[in-house]
Ligand binder design. Sequence first.
Ligand SMILES: [Zn+2]
Length: 336
Amino acid sequence: MIPPPTHEERRRGDELAIADAVSHGITSVQDFSDWEDFLVFEDMEKEGALKVRITEWLPFKDPLSELIKMRTHHDLDDPMLHTGFLKGFMDGSLGSRTAAMKAPFADDPKNSGLPQYTQAQLNAMAVERAKAGFQLGFHAIGDKAAAMALDAYAQPGISTTARNRIEHAQVVDPADIPRFKQLGVIASMQPNHLLTDMNWAEDRLGPTRAAYSYAWKAFLDAGVPLAFGTDYPVEPVTPFRGLYAAVTRMNESGTKAYYPENKITRGQALYTYTQGSAYAEFAEKHKGKLAPGFDADFVLVDRDLYKVDAPAILKTNVLETFVAGKQTYIASANAQ
Ligand SMILES: [Zn+2]
């Protein structure tokens, strides 16, 4: 019954979301909003008011002709705003037991989740879109969903240099991890999910599968390209909560650990949030590190993330954010 937002309401919402992002040190976002929002971002860009670089995903399930129309609408080489990969959904979520699993949930023995495609449907759509030059990214929470995505990517006609992605990859059969590397598939993961999911993930999965869920280190050890993000607004936008999760695999109060063998180092986590994510959007030659000739996208924070105690990572404050050398946020002017 809620009417769709007016243009003004949409603009206001987008402004608030971007303000939240820059105040937490975000310089580039991958976004999956409505096409109308992309048009709002275009307005902001024309006014010189766009404060983050935006790559807008397009819906995998849309007809190919529509997708091509949207792709040609805006310059793909525009460094502030352009369309990106096609986001498809293989399954649902672990919390709601709609993740597609190879075996039933431990706490719901008759249910193994809800795949959104048959393999045949998925394969045909994936090949058609890949041949039209689109990068693909499939949301996959369960091990069956990840396997379906990998099977689609393994087809002849889909290149191993297309940097196709699997979003979330929360539960992946250890036998499937080497296939990411073989097929050049990026594991795009959000470590902050663990802080929410660790409250019930073990109930859903049972101990065997829980032990290999959210397996950041296993992906890195297998040589799989890894990219980190936050999945905002499912989780808060701050990357520091995810950084803490990646290096501790503990809850925020530090009282409970979740299979700590899959934690990674601070250097690995910071690399994955910056250069890893730049690689995933074909931007690693100019984005993701501070070097001559690279984009001047950077933040100032109030502590040394390599040296502070792990719990102090959670309290990191962003003092200033810069995009393309221009200040997009300063803490004192925005103090609450
Ligand atoms: Zn998703």
